[in-house]
Design a protein around this ligand. Sequence first.
Ligand SMILES: [Ca+2]
Length: 183
Amino acid sequence: MSFIGEILGWITKKGLILRNTGVKNCKLSGFTMIELMIVVAIIAFLSVIAVPNFFKFLAKAKRSEAYMNLGSIYTAQKAYWAENGTYTDKLSGSGSLGWEPQGYSGGGKNEKFYYTYGFGSGAEGQNFFTGKKETSSAHLGIAKADKNSFIAGAACDIDGDGIPDIITIDQNGDIKIVQDDLV
Ligand SMILES: [Ca+2]
């Protein structure tokens, strides 16, 4: 065998060895079942932490809707009082605040707002507006209005466990979380 032949043979041999090593390394760089299971376990663990936080974030976004609407009821009551010298528990209809939540369409799950707003007694679309979560206006029982004071309410069972989030605003503009659904 010539010298060149020997070199060529050596390169070919080396090449084969390299290829074999490559294949071997390739197998090694894949994932074993154990590794995959560990990754799945880590993802599951992170989900357990992240999902409740995400729902809490969504719930807080819903609550900001309540703050906004209660603030707007407060402003409407102040305007009504300036004109009539009294507050009212009538949000919409004749002799009312002329207030309704943005996009109100008759109450219930087709609404774009989540909370039920207004005063506990009376009629849908007049004294209260039922939001998308269909929380009963009975939870607004503490809400009332007379000549010199009012408490307007917002209620929403955010997590569907039967106990609603209840927030009120009074004639001084004080917002109170009467019952907290986010704890
Ligand atoms: Ca609840």
